[in-house]
Design a protein around this ligand. Sequence first.
Ligand code: FES
Ligand code: FES
Length: 156
Amino acid sequence: MKAITLNINGEKCRVQARPHWSLAYTIREKVGLTGTKTGCEMGTCGSCTVLLDGQPIFSCLKMAVDAEGHEITTIEGLEKDGKLHPLQQAFIEDHGMQCGFCTPGMIVAGRALLDENPRPSEQQVREAIAGHLCRCGTYARIVRSILHAAEMSQNR
Ligand code: FES
Ligand code: FES
């Protein structure tokens, strides 16, 4: 075990971690932020996506010990002062989910896209969520939700 400090959603979280623990496992099981989901745990579904220094990563492929010193943002970090992020609001309004398992990863990927490109085309949205599996097949509504969030962000 090694004591590490993770900077998650602007807070320092001190945890004891084994060298082989993934960031996804550590965030969920040791920090208690269970919004991040784990599906395949081998980098093929995207459900575990978090931002590392603003860039989306599959947190099942990142060792927790290697995430020290970086800014980590999880789905819980998107809401501010009790107000949902436009992406969260749009996913609700546009029914961008069925079971919701892929949703945190899709929203975090959407956040990375809108941070870089506030007015993406539909094609750019599709590219941003490539590699994310939605087992319910809700892709069309997910894309619509991200485009709607972009519009909402412009009008804020
Ligand atoms: S759980 Fe990480 S990519 Fe599937
Ligand atoms: S909404 Fe069920 S996996 Fe995407």
